[in-house]
Write a protein that binds this ligand. Structure first.
Ligand SMILES: [Zn+2]
Ligand SMILES: [Zn+2]
Ligand SMILES: [Zn+2]
Length: 307
């Protein structure tokens, strides 16, 4: 394959400047190192950078529990911390591949999260459940509706999609007000579905008594707001490389994993790396990180991982 064609593929697939820049550098380097090689050697170096193009990433847009951190009016050490790792918007994540970009949950900070992460287009929203801290920002899909000229595809289980009709009723009214947000709803259960170049396996976990949705995306598993996880769910998670899971605080809670419960799940699933999210204001980044096993990390807003 000619280098011009590789350059074209590179440009087409790169979704942001950083990725484009790194790929450009890889292209230049691979051209130089390939200059003394035979034709097949050059092709191999070309394929290497195309493989790098197809890296998938997850960016933590928010890692805080329902009130965010800091909590309004709270004077505890974590809420007063000046460490940027301790500033947590409501839990959400941005998944990007060369073929698709979507968010998991769109809570009250959705608008600011899109602006902060420089996101100008998304292909879908996957919802875990209809609590306000996960759906409260759905009204802010309006710019995406406008620029992308289509309703925003939203995925969630039956309970979640039904609840949206009361959470944001004007979007589903028979006679919608002009400019109201538009959604196309896709119900998920325990069957895998395709989104762009990804196969996504939804599975159920319990948030106290509420069945909510977790997602396996190839080698990555994303679980938030879980309290009980069935054997079936653990089997779905097993073999993953990266496990993202919620941990609210050290003390037990009715509907959220405590730190020890999250660590117990990590111990059972045995991912290569685990990231804790949906964190409360008693888990300071520095102190808590120092206590964690080497392969377990406290996620923080803006952290980007590849999978
Ligand atoms: Zn939540
Ligand atoms: Zn606090
Ligand atoms: Zn919740």
């Amino acid at each position: 394959m000619s280098k011009k064609l590789f350059a074209f593929i590179l440009f087409w697939m790169a979704r942001n400047f950083k990725q484009l820049l790194s790929l450009f550098l890889i292209f230049v380097l691979s051209s130089r190192t390939g200059s003394n090689r035979d034709q097949s050697g050059s092709e191999r170096s070309g394929y290497r950078f195309v493989i790098l193009l197809v890296m998938n990433s997850l960016e933590f847009l928010g890692t805080g529990t329902s009130q965010g951190v800091p909590i309004i009016g709270c004077h505890c050490p974590v809420c007063q911390s000046t460490d940027f790792h301790d500033k947590r918007l409501r839990t959400s994540a941005l998944v990007s591949t060369p073929g698709i970009r979507f968010v998991i949950d769109a809570g009250p900070d959705f608008r600011y999260q899109m602006l902060r992460a420089g996101v100008e287009d998304i292909d879908a929203i996957l919802l875990t459940h209809p609590h306000r801290d996960h759906v409260g920002g759905l009204d802010d899909v309006r710019p995406f509706n406008y620029y992308q000229k289509r309703p925003m595809p939203v995925y969630g289980n039956a309970i979640t999609l039904k609840a949206l009709r009361t959470t944001i009723p004007y979007a589903f009214a028979e006679h919608r007000y002009p400019g109201a947000p538009e959604f196309s709803l896709y119900e998920v259960d325990d069957k895998p579905f395709r989104l762009g170049d990804l196969e996504i396996q939804p599975f159920e976990v319990l948030h106290y008594k509420l069945p909510i949705t977790a997602y396996r995306i190839g080698p990555l598993v994303y679980v938030t707001d879980a309290k009980f996880v069935s054997r079936t769910a653990i089997e779905v998670m097993k073999g993953c490389k990266i496990l993202v899971v919620n941990a609210l605080r050290k003390e037990p809670h009715l509907s959220h994993f405590s730190l020890d419960e999250a660590l117990a799940l990590i111990g059972e699933v045995k991912p290569e790396q685990a990231y804790l999210t949906h964190l409360g204001h008693t888990l300071g980044y520095a102190e808590t990180s120092a206590e964690l096993p080497e392969h377990v990390h406290l996620a923080y807003d803006g952290l980007k991982i590849e999978f």
